[in-house]
Design a binder for this molecule. Structure first.
Ligand SMILES: [Zn+2]
Length: 424
């Protein structure tokens, strides 16, 4: 058995290895504690005082049985936007959390039409609160994390909403680094007129496509690339089913923003172990590793690194993670001088573990949670061993601190029901 010190050192590299994250939704990254606190502060009725039941109410920690379960979760989150100013604190916390996870360049996306929703806010007010949160969050991290924002249109909400969002993005193109289409996958070709306008205005394009196994048709990714000016695809995993579509992705060097745990809980893959990320990597696909909706799904980026390193069917090495991060920098929509600075500062060392993001004291609870994850994995690998009192205590801490047990991702139930997408 490794010593506690060895295990701690081994565990810490998942956290301290520098990371670039390109696919993460602000609205899906809200801390569980923030959701509870906002319900209480704003006088919104919680369905229960029981913490596990509250987690069940807000979070998706196992594959969802049907689409309605997912829609419900976003409805529950949306209630806290009754006070729009909460966006500032949420954004600040998300950036702080990302830096604590070792993220040094972060593309954060959000959908003004979802946040506005029934409250009918001015999109410009939403932008202002989020921009203030970005500035405060970066300052809290000594500006060591670079942050860019992607504006999302929800494809399923129709042309009027799409046009409004596209116009908003073009009018604020200095505030955004790119535009995205998300939500239930629809034929995004119907929005070509607006995508042409965005492209003509110089806005970068990424599109959620070929995500789930029902609506996520491989040709959706090809439409995005060939008709809608996308240079990146959110997910794109279903292209594996269509050799011609996948060849197009490879030939054009289209970057795929992959999110393994998200694909598992949305029933887009049978398990994280079966995720195509290893096959894509070995075939030379241009890919990155991301969380998607980490708050909603109770994961974090170190958790994804740990799963991909420890699952025998995937087994990514630190050098391969570095390779993916370099590809992420290349594919990033951030300005070139920032990408160059990030590459030189954090990824210039020959040893992929040679430059570590200092584990800050901002949230020591996160490190406690990381130790708890390591203990849970060790227990899963050796089921005959009885957990120590300390391990039991750490597992309890883990639940309280909002971290998904990797055992759930490593030994999933196989569920066949399809569902639509990772957001809205
Ligand atoms: Zn997404």
């Amino acid at each position: 058995m490794p010593s506690t010190a060895d295990r701690k050192a081994e565990n810490n590299w998942y956290w301290s290895i520098p990371k670039v994250e390109l696919h993460c939704h602000l609205e899906g990254s809200i801390r569980f504690s923030r959701l509870i606190n906002e319900y209480v502060r704003q006088g919104i009725a919680l369905p229960t005082d029981d913490v596990p039941a509250q987690r069940d109410f807000f979070l998706i920690e196992t594959p969802v049985p049907d689409l309605s379960a997912f829609v419900d979760k976003f409805d529950h989150i949306h209630k806290i936007f009754a006070d729009l100013s909460v966006l500032e604190a949420i954004t600040e916390e998300v950036i702080e959390d990302k830096f604590n996870e070792g993220v040094v360049m972060f593309e954060m996306r959000w959908a003004p039409s979802y946040i506005s929703g029934s409250f009918e806010y001015d999109f410009n007010d939403i932008l202002r609160y989020i921009q203030r949160g970005v500035a405060k969050g970066r300052a809290k991290c000594d500006n060591k994390i670079e942050v860019g924002m992607i504006c999302i249109a929800v494809g399923a909400l129709g042309a009027e909403q799409f046009k409004k969002t596209a116009d908003f993005c073009i009018a604020n193109k200095d505030a955004f680094i790119a535009f995205d289409i998300a939500g239930n996958e629809v034929n995004a070709g119907q929005y070509k007129e607006y995508m042409d306008q965005l492209h003509a205005a110089g806005v970068n394009i990424t599109v959620h496509a070929a995500e789930d196994r029902v609506a996520g048709k491989p040709e959706n990714a090809i439409i995005a690339v060939e008709d809608l000016h996308a240079t990146r695809i959110g997910h794109g995993i279903q292209t594996e089913k269509d050799p011609a579509a996948f060849k197009t992705i490879l030939d054009r060097d289209i970057h795929l923003e992959l999110c393994p745990s998200s694909n598992y809980v949305t029933n887009s893959v049978d398990s994280v172990a079966d995720h195509p990320i290893r096959r894509f990597f070995d075939l030379g696909a241009n890919i990155s590793l991301n969380t998607d909706d980490p708050g909603l799904m109770a994961v974090d980026l170190p958790h994804e690194y740990k799963l991909l390193h420890e699952l025998p069917s995937l087994h990514f090495t630190p050098a391969e993670f570095k390779d993916m991060n370099l590809k992420a920098i290349e594919a990033s929509f951030m300005p070139k001088h920032i990408k160059d600075k990030v590459r030189d500062t954090w990824f210039s060392h020959k040893d992929p573990l040679g430059i570590a993001v200092p584990l800050p004291d901002l949230q020591p609870a996160k490190q406690v949670a990381a130790a708890a994850v390591a203990a849970a994995v060790a227990t899963a690998a050796a089921p005959a061993a009885q957990p120590s009192v300390q391990q039991k205590k750490e597992r309890k801490t883990r639940i309280a601190e909002d971290v998904l047990s990797p055992v759930e991702g490593m030994q999933p139930e196989r569920k066949k029901e399809g569902r639509r997408c990772c957001c809205f």
